[in-house]
Design a binder for this molecule. Sequence first.
Ligand code: NAP
Length: 253
Amino acid sequence: MILNAFNLQGKVALITGCNTGLGQGMAVGLAQAGCDVVGVNRSGARDTPALVEAAGRRFVNIDADLMDSSAIPQVVEKAVAAFGRIDILINNAGIIRRQDAIEFSEQNWDDVMNVNSKTVFFMSQAVARQFISQGGGGKIINIASMLSFQGGIRVPSYTASKSAVMGLTRLMANEWAAHNINVNAIAPGYMATNNTEQLRNDEDRSQEILSRIPAGRWGVPQDLMGPIVFLASSASDYVNGYTLAVDGGWLAR
Ligand code: NAP
């Protein structure tokens, strides 16, 4: 029956940056659908383990700073040591730096590109190698942005990095579909998390954004639960290389 195709019972999901915001929401959604969760965080695990365990699943935390791709091999090794395999990778960890383009610093460029693009590619490569050695394929879901589609303002490295995420999602899908690996992305709209705190605190920008969202509200982490479970499950086996906007209609406007 079709609803069985959404069931993730016994699957192992590796998710980067799941202490807060969208990563935490997706970790809980995946646990509710049946996944054990490996979280990768630079600052220890906070309340996500308890939320995953409340859903009846196991949680293991791996400490790693994803600014540096040299952390990746041991992340995969520790995840496999903990649960024996990986079935799903969610590349969620991401940062943003706001500064006028005319003044934008090289540091703000490199830091954002490292976490949001370079680590996304090399983490995907490492986990795809694990999928291939396990056999049976796997699911990779990258977290893109409205700025995979649009230019944005005062966030040049973020726009570059998230545009790269959409392109890399297509490239990896093309190369790895033959191994039964699906690579898709979710492009969240404007969501109420730490990432957008500065924007939401700016009365004018906040009103400007809100008035353009057809749904009439900022998104919340729970809005990603359905889409992530769909893309992580066999219900989406023939969806590959696609970036799904979860944006309250923002891009349709
Ligand atoms: P958030 O609450 O700031 O979450 C970002 C997560 O990434 C945090 O868990 C953070 O860990 C982790 N992280 C950042 N740098 C890291 C590093 N060097 N190593 C390991 N982990 C690191 O913001 P969010 O909105 O949930 O963001 C999640 C993803 O969604 C990001 O990729 C973001 O670009 C994307 N996104 C957000 C929105 C939005 O409107 N909020 C829209 C589109 C896309 P710490 O807790 O330790 O800082």
